[in-house]
Design a protein around this ligand. Structure first.
Ligand code: NAD
Length: 413
């Protein structure tokens, strides 16, 4: 089963949840595929004078509950199947967290690391113009994801505004200088910790004496690490694409965050042991946060995961086979659509602020973020306890039921 592509795998999770709520076969067919899939050619003029031609995608999975919403990722694995799977996840996430958006995702199949800032800017502007006819403040609103950030959103917003006039609400995750919301950049990672705190309270677990390992120390991983440190929770290992570092007594989070934000690798940190990404996943710790890429917990390593809680900060970090092994072993898995939902909730807050042209204080942003995520956690925990199903099945089921209802009321089916 680990041979399934990402979209097929996400549909395995869908089927389990749909069966729990007796979803009608017709709606099943509608919700298992995307509404619209756009693939575009993106030619990029390189600094050397040569031409790089890459493929970009925007997939709009479902818009029954509101405008399409989802990030843009630049990565060699971001092919149509991966983007499709991630778009569907966004539909269940926005519905579960009860924010008025549908689900979408975008990506360019490229490794941006060897590209210069100028090359990334030209690629971003060309891609934005090629997909701009399906975007819109009330139609489809992109956001940052792997290897994209506030600067990339600024270029997207500027390219779109060149055509349509000043439109900050066309993307979220923008710089604070024009329409960014204080709190949004931290929202995904910080939100993971809000969800973990709600889970610990529900399960009667004291996080004060627990240890955490984080795979991936980009936007999500580093903000989660910072929030854990603020709460006095010990992070013993972190990693990035170059490898990881470990310290039994707890790593110095502010130092590591500073290192990562300056564009350097966590492997350059001093006074700690080195470990590989595989070793980090299998580390003897209490909470594991996969916060990098998908499909890292699979059939071949799930039985070696020692953490008793897996908090899925990344999207689709666990394959269906890996998930089954974790569940059978009693590992508590907090699924991606709940765990990293702080990102899209924060994007929703940014979008509403742009539309109202009124900026909230960060304290208000964080309070409302915590409320939304705690509500989400409570609904998932309640459903999972009542139906005796995994938290993933519960989270999907709540999301699918809400989309089903909205699609029926609108007369879509
Ligand atoms: P990012 O590009 O800021 O950071 C990614 C991190 O993963 C980097 O530290 C990178 O070095 C590391 N990494 C890359 N390849 C790796 C590998 N093979 N092994 C180990 N580490 C590797 O991306 P991000 O925005 O932090 O996103 C991380 C995950 O969180 C993704 O799955 C993304 O879809 C998900 N997510 C992000 C947001 C958001 O708001 N940015 C919201 C929801 C979910």
């Amino acid at each position: 089963m680990d041979e399934l592509n990402a979209h097929e795998a996400v549909n395995v999770y869908f089927d389990e949840a749909a069966a729990t709520i007796d979803l009608h076969d017709e709606m099943n067919d509608v919700l298992k595929s995307s509404y619209r899939e756009l693939a575009v050619q993106v030619p990029v003029r390189l600094d050397s004078g040569g031409l790089l031609v890459v493929r970009g995608y925007r997939v709009q999975h479902n818009g029954a509950r509101g405008p399409y919403k989802g990030g843009i990722r630049y990565h060699p694995t971001a092919d149509l199947n991966e983007v499709r799977a991630l778009a569907a996840l966004m539909t269940w996430k926005t519905a579960l967290l009860n924010i008025p958006f549908g689900g979408a995702k975008g990506g360019i199949e490229v490794d941006p690391l060897p590209l210069s800032a100028g090359e990334i800017e030209r690629m971003t502007r060309r891609f934005t113009m090629s997909i701009s006819h399906v975007l819109g403040v009330y139609r489809d609103i992109p956001a940052p994801d792997v290897n994209t950030n506030a600067q990339v959103m600024a270029w997207m917003m500027d390219a779109y505004s060149g055509k349509e006039g000043y439109t900050p609400a066309i993307v979220t995750g923008k710089p604070l200088e024009f329409g960014g919301a204080p709190g949004r950049e931290a929202a995904t990672g910080r939100g993971c910790v809000y969800v973990l705190a709600a889970a610990a309270k529900h399960w009667g677990v004291d996080l004060a004496d627990k240890t955490v390992a984080i795979q991936g120390f980009g936007n999500v991983g580093s903000w989660a690490g910072a929030e854990l440190a603020n709460r006095g929770i010990k992070v013993v290992a972190v990693s990035d694409r170059f490898g990881g570092v470990y310290r039994d007594s707890g790593l110095d989070m502010p130092d590591l965050v500073k290192l990562a934000r300056s564009g350097r690798s966590v492997t350059e940190a001093e006074d700690c042991e080195r470990l590989s990404n595989d070793e980090l996943l299998e580390l003897d710790c209490d909470v594991l946060l996969p916060a990098a890429l998908g499909e890292v917990i699979r059939k071949d390593n799930a039985d070696r995961i020692k953490a008793s809680i897996v908090l899925e900060a990344a999207n689709y970090p666990t394959t269906p086979d890996g998930d089954k092994i974790l569940n059978d072993r009693g590992v508590r898995v907090i699924p991606d659509v709940l765990a990293n939902g702080g990102g899209v909730v924060g994007s929703y807050f940014e979008w509403t602020q742009n539309i109202q042209q009124f900026t909230w204080k960060e304290s208000r942003f964080n309070d409302e973020l915590a409320d939304k995520l705690e509500e989400g956690f409570d609904s998932v925990a309640g459903f999972s306890d009542y139906h005796q199903c995994s938290m993933r099945t519960a989270a999907y089921a709540i999301g699918i039921a809400r989309v089903d209802k909205a699609a029926h009321i609108r007369g879509y089916v």
